[in-house]
Design a protein around this ligand. Structure first.
Ligand code: BES
Ligand code: ZN
Ligand code: ZN
Length: 493
């Protein structure tokens, strides 16, 4: 259960866990009440606390008044509000609170209206753990926080921001839950159910269309269906739609392979272990639409916002007797008519995305497309676990998005769409092959392959194989917040 958030003008529950924020400079303790000031100052001496970003004081004691914990978070200079630091700092403090099994927390945000949304996100993120499949005992050992009191004045503006933060955090945590859920419990049909839930919750603001296998075949999505054909589970091509007030169309495409065994080009055991996460792109799309469903924000730049999830499993064969899986050497035809020689069935993401990108541009008429995909191990080799690899056909689009990615903490590094590498992707018997003839630069060759399926649209491809998930922390929800902020706040692209 997520903690319940309440607003309180004044909060003096003596046994709670208190969180304060503090800026560098003379006035750094202005939010700390008189009766606590001495204590905080004493403790701060040991820490040499100057309220710089990432500094904090963790005061554990039982005072005369019975307060158990006070955490003062340094968030740097007041003029430069770092929204990402504010969220991260809050998250860290909430994690401390959970560690000491605090049930009730007071978060004092007297002077921080601008970052309220991020503080709320940090609260939910700090309390998050994926325990859907854990027994009662282990849940008891790591109890969640029950109530969080936001100590601030109860204005309409603040209430709205708290709701907004709750909605964006809920969206992020939904994406995390989806990615953390194993393939035994999450397959294409389950993604369809989630999309339908979002549609229902939106009360008319979002419409969902599902194309089944036959409809995909009729349209000509041979690349996507090639990936799907080895699985007993039916594919689903999911489209979500939300209306804005602008004049450009935007599509958010997410790789949605609910399990990537590699297909007949089977992955070795160790590499297959985490492959339930291969729908993290699609999870980010559903997260964003979950936000649109509950917040229903005005979108001033785009007239239409689409989400596209080509969802299927990549399996060697659902029925070994039928032997119906795609085989290395097979040729499939994508929605734009291009033929692809599939030399490695483990390079399946680009096949599913090829059809989804063509669909977004030619059927949905998207002017702007972002695709997010756990696409290549090579991107992880290049950039590690913290950073996504970003490829863009349009500098301005990338620049606009980057502002929100920084605020969201969705860190990435831009990589080149080096078109000369297209020669490595040319087949002798088809238009393209799905793997490169050269071993190196795998993230780039994958991006160059995708580029063949986008014509005029301004496009960004983000390879999230690294940051989507870590074995220690599980799913991150990478991409949800940056796209939410971008859609709602970008003024011109
Ligand atoms: N889903 C994987 C990429 C991946 C690897 C994501 C590790 C997250 C963690 C993708 O479908 C894949 O298998 N890519 C191959 C491509 C290769 C065969 C050209 C890879 O990266 O090895
Ligand atoms: Zn694969
Ligand atoms: Zn994959």
């Amino acid at each position: 259960m997520k903690p319940a958030i309440h607003i309180k003008e004044i909060y003096t529950n003596p046994t709670s866990f208190h969180i304060y924020y503090s800026h560098t400079g003379k006035n750094k303790y202005r939010d700390i009440p008189q009766e606590l000031l001495r204590l905080v100052e004493l403790k701060a001496e040991n820490y040499e606390f100057s309220a710089k970003k990432n500094e904090y004081i963790n005061l554990e004691r039982v005072s005369e008044k019975g307060i158990e914990h006070i955490v003062v978070l340094g968030i740097g200079e007041e003029a430069v509000q770092d929204l990402n630091a504010l969220r991260n700092q809050t998250m860290m403090a909430i994690q401390l609170a959970r560690k000491v099994k605090a049930k009730e927390i007071a978060v004092h945000i007297t002077n921080h209206t601008k970052g309220i949304q991020q503080i709320i996100e940090g609260i939910y993120m700090g309390d998050y753990s994926f325990d859907m499949f854990k027994g009662k005992e282990s849940q008891k050992k790591h109890p969640h926080i029950n109530n969080v009191y936001i100590v601030t004045s109860e204005t309409t503006e603040i209430k709205k921001l708290i709701t907004k933060g709750t909605n964006s955090a809920t969206a992020l945590l939904l994406a995390r839950d989806l990615v953390n859920t194993p393939a035994s419990h999450l397959h294409p049909e389950v993604l369809v159910e989630y999309a339908r839930e979002i549609e229902k919750k939106s009360k008319g603001a979002i419409t969902v269309t599902i194309l089944d296998e036959n409809e995909c075949r009729k349209l000509g999505m041979g690349a996507f269906l090639g990936v799907a054909q080895g699985s007993e589970r039916k594919p689903a091509f999911i489209i979500l739609h939300y209306k804005g007030n602008g004049n450009k169309k935007f599509a958010f495409v997410g790789k949605s392979i609910t399990f990537d065994s590699g297909g007949l080009s089977l992955k070795p055991g160790d590499s297959m272990m985490d492959m339930k996460i291969d729908m993290a792109g699609g999870a980010a799309v559903l997260g964003v639409f979950d936000y649109l469903a509950s917040e229903k924000p005005q979108i001033s730049t785009f007239s239409d916002v689409y989400g596209v999830l080509p969802a299927c499993e990549n399996m060697p064969s659902g029925n070994a007797m039928k032997g119906n899986a795609m085989k290395p050497g097979d040729i499939v035809t994508a929605l734009n008519g291009k033929t692809i020689e599939v030399l490695n069935t483990d390079a399946e993401g680009r096949l599913a995305l090829a059809d989804a990108l063509v669909y977004a541009e030619t059927v949905l008429k998207a002017d702007y497309i972002i695709d997010m995909a756990t696409l290549t191990g090579a991107c992880m080799v290049a950039l590690g676990n913290d950073l996504a690899g970003m490829f863009s056909s349009d500098d301005e689009f990338e620049k606009k998005y980057s502002v929100f990615a920084i605020q969201a903490g969705d860190d990435y590094w831009r990589m080149p769409l080096h078109s000369a590498y297209l020669t490595h992707m040319k087949s002798t018997i088809a238009d393209l092959k799905n793997i490169s003839s050269v071993r190196y630069g795998g993230a780039i060759t994958a991006a160059i392959f995708l580029k063949e399926f986008v014509k005029k649209a301004k496009w960004m491809h983000i390879d999230i194989a690294g940051p989507a998930h870590s074995s220690k922390n599980g799913a991150s929800g990478w991409g949800v917040l940056s796209v939410i902020y971008f859609l709602e706040q970008v003024t011109k692209v």
